[in-house]
Write a protein that binds this ligand. Sequence first.
Ligand code: LCS
Length: 408
Amino acid sequence: MKNNKMTEFETKCVHSGVDEFEYGSVVPPIYQTSTFKFKNARHGAALFAGEEKGYIYTRMLNPTVEALENSIAELEGGFKGLGCASGMAAVHTVFASLVQAGDHVVCSTAVYGPTNTLLSTIMKKFGVETSFVDTSDLKAVKNAVRPNTKIFYVETPGNPTLSISDIAAIAGIAHKSNSLLVVDNTFLSPVLQKPIDFGADIVLHSLTKFLNGHADVVGGIVVVKVEEMYKLFRKTLNQTGGVIDPFNSFLVHRGIKTLSLRMQRHCENAIKVAEFLESHPAVKRVYYPGLASHPQFELAKKQQLGAGGMISFELEGNSFDSSDGFEAGQALMNSVQLCQLAVSLGGVESLIQHPASMTHYTMGKQARETAGISEGLVRLSVGIENVNDIIDDLEQALEKVRQAASVF
Ligand code: LCS
């Protein structure tokens, strides 16, 4: 970081990772090249041997990608970032780097569906055992530790239940058992939560979400705390090849400039939407860490700077609906007009979806039940639109659900 006055977070969002570029370019140029020319054969050999610094081949490192990696590492307070082709590529990079046959992982029950499936199928196939536990329950976390436990993997808030896990306490448990703590910080971004400050060793994100913020990129990142781990992860990524490309890196880096403003607006809107839903007679239960009714409301205040933009809720079952709010939830999703019925989250636009049949379908019903993901749960990613428009949309949709119910 050239400008050591750059201490405030909002300022970092605008300037981080932006170093000196050719021609005085104010934003990182898009180095849309697969390979880099060596000055001569000796130079090429020295770059490969690590005796000189420089770029060789874009799968190995690219200046536009590196600018993004430096930016997010700085925002998270880590040593370095490693840009990945998707959030799932980031999750895979972590496990492929750190575990081997015979090792054990402790993972939150409430995680993005494919993260659960990666551990319970592919990693299992390679001899890695995973215990899925409710990591908001510290006793359950302690009880899950085995002599061969290598990683504690936590999503907080968890997707889609918004359950919150105590990062500092789990870091303590992990380190006591010579393990590492990995935190998926996708739901909050470093604006609202910095897991490394609470003892996490590795932080990862789906860049597809809040960090990019505009629903036009798929990407991921792993941020590590120490150089040794950076070298290990870089080797994995180089060998498995799941890197982000320069153009997507440019877009995410551009998105980060407004990250702080966007997160502020997501939070302001989400609390109003959550309060509206909680007070509506058709809504049975709302899960939002900014509501006093959230089971870990106090913990959220301790480790988060805001409650974020994600809300989950269940509707009351209606007279026609014996499936615990599931049909009412479907009717709601079919009735919204402003909120888009789509998976993904963290963009400027409000998105609504149904975890049991969409994002968490691959986990299977039993794993969903263990994770507290009911069949009727609806997840809302609150965008940065005018909040009155979002609430009006939900209100008219809930009215349609009520009318549909009264028909039966
Ligand atoms: N981690 C979390 C917490 C996520 O929510 C997702 C994607 C990923 C990792 C994987 O990121 P990707 O590979 O998609 O970039 N979550 C999604 C969701 O809830 N709806 O669609 C994707």
